[in-house]
Structures are given as C-alpha cells and as structure tokens.
Design a protein around this ligand. Structure first.
Ligand code: SF4
Length: 289
C-alpha cells in the first residue's frame, strides 16, 4: 500500500460552507416533512403544511425553548446548507409550496451530508490513490448537487450513498490502521468510560445514553453512530472521524468536551459544569469490553 499522502495544499474546508443559514432559507424543514407526535415532536403535522410555530418571516417562534416546548427533534435536524441553496435554485416565490422543491429537498440534503463526509476524508492522511478516489467522488457529488430541482429529484440517492459509503469505509480503515470493528454495535446505555475506543469503527453503532465521560475517541469512526443522550462530558472527540453537528447536538457534553475544530460547541455545553475528578478513558491496552 502506498504511504499516506497529506493533502497537496490546505484548501478551505468545504464543510464550513455546509451549514444551515436559516436567514437565507424559507423554513423548508419546518414545512416539507411530516411530524408524528412523539418524544421528538409535540405535534402531528402532515408533509407540506407549515408548523404552527413557523412565523410569517420563516423563523421559528419558539427557537429558544424548543426542548422545553417538546420539539427536541428540531434541535438535532441539520440540512447541511441544503435549504438555503434550494431556495436560490428554485427561484419561485413560495418555495416551500413548490412540489419540485419538496421532491428535491431530501435529495440535496443527503448530497450535502455526503459532501461533508467526503470533505473530511479529503483532509485525512490517506494513500494518494485513495485520495484520488475521494476527489472523484467529491466532484460527482458536487455535480449532482448543482442540478435543478428536476435533476435533483431524479438522483438515485441510494446508489450514490452506497458507493460513497464503501469508499468512506476504506478511508476509515486506512486511517484507523487495524483498529477494532464494532460497526452497528448495540451499546445503548453502556458504560464505556474505561474502554479503549481509539481507532475503533463505531459506524452506525447505537450509543444512545452511553457513558463516554472522559473517553478518548481519537480516530474513532462515528459515521452514523446514534449519540442521542450519550454522555460526552470531558471526552476528547477532537480527532474523531465523520462526526457531524446533528450527532453533537443530540449528545450531552460540557466545557471540557473536545470537538473537531469544524464543529461548534453547543451552547448548553458551555454552561454545563465540569465535574472535578471525572473518570478518564484508559490510554492504551486492550479494550475493556
Ligand atoms: S418548532 Fe420551530 S424549528 Fe421546529 S418545525 Fe416548528 S417552526 Fe420549525
């Protein structure tokens, strides 16, 4: 295998553009999806009907109190910047009411999420041939994302995601260099404070409510891992692989939690107290599970 090749230059991180700008959108995520009354949404809402809390200027009327008002699902949704892009592409007065926009929105959101992962992959220390494959996949995803609403609606997202998923799996393996494979593991509520998870693939793992306080997640692949209510206080995720804003928003953390530079610390984390003497993840040695 060729030696890892660093990026030839240090291009601007594409991920910094892949973020929602609600001020430039039209509340697409508050109109297009259907809600089912549940722990995530306080109300039932059919697809295509505006949420009762959406204001006339396409803002959320309860933004500061979403969790308290029974809408935690809204706090963890992220369009990766697809919303404002689609509003510009559609060029219609009421984009949220346009059937073409409704069909294109979930597609563009998936493509933007994929571009997030591929941008991270491009910045990782991987062999040159693998880097070239990533660049090709990026170009293809960018081309698909640049289509009009009809073109977007025709994209076979399942095929695109499958191909990219396989590629990202090889990127992960190259970076983790023989780390453990715990893809899809059921770790709901598990105490992982003393488990060495470095270089482990937790892709698609169920970490709901898991105790990861003080854990070192360097080179831990978290693509698609369910981190809802996972306790990340004091954990080091600064070198974690394929972590996204929705995952972070769904977890618990504090001012001592370390995140990749591209991700912002959720406001409640900054205010959360740091517990003295918190458990630390074991450094080195065999995994504890
Ligand atoms: S509660 Fe606010 S963020 Fe959630 S769908 Fe309604 S308007 Fe949008």
């Amino acid at each position: 295998m060729p030696p890892p090749a660093p990026p030839a230059a240090a291009p601007a991180d594409r991920r910094r553009d892949l973020r929602a700008d609600c001020s430039a959108c039209a509340g697409l995520c508050c109109v297009l999806p259907a809600f089912t009354a549940s722990a995530d949404f306080a109300i039932d809402k059919p697809a295509g009907r505006a949420c009762v809390h959406l204001t006339g200027d396409a803002r959320c009327g309860i933004h500061a109190d979403l969790r308290q008002r029974g809408f935690p699902g809204c706090t963890v949704f992220d369009c990766f910047g697809a919303g404002q892009r689609l509003v510009q592409v559609a060029g219609v007065d009421r984009p949220a009411e346009d059937p073409g926009v409704a069909a294109a929105f979930p597609v563009l959101r998936q493509l933007h999420e994929l571009l997030w992962y591929l941008a991270e992959a491009a910045a990782l220390p991987i062999p040159a041939d693998l880097r070239a494959e990533v660049a090709t996949a990026q170009a293809r995803a960018e081309r698909l994302a640049g289509g009009d609403t009809a073109g977007l609606a025709a994209v076979d997202t399942a095929a695109v995601r499958a191909g990219a998923g396989e590629l990202l799996g090889r990127v992960s393996a190259a970076v983790r260099r023989g780390g453990r494979d715990r893809r899809g593991a059921d770790l709901v509520g598990a105490d992982l404070r003393r488990t060495d998870l470095r270089r482990t693939s937790l892709r698609g793992a169920y970490l709901i409510g898991a105790d990861l306080r003080g854990a070192d997640l360097t080179a831990t692949d978290l693509l698609g891992a369910d981190l809802r209510a996972a306790d990340l206080r004091g954990a080091d995720l600064s070198g974690a692989l394929f972590l996204t804003r929705p995952q972070v928003a769904a977890a618990r953390g504090d001012a001592a939690t370390r995140l990749p530079a591209v991700l912002e610390r959720p406001a409640p984390w900054a205010a959360a107290p740091v517990r003295p003497g918190r458990p630390r993840g074991r450094r080195g040695g065999a995994a504890g599970r």
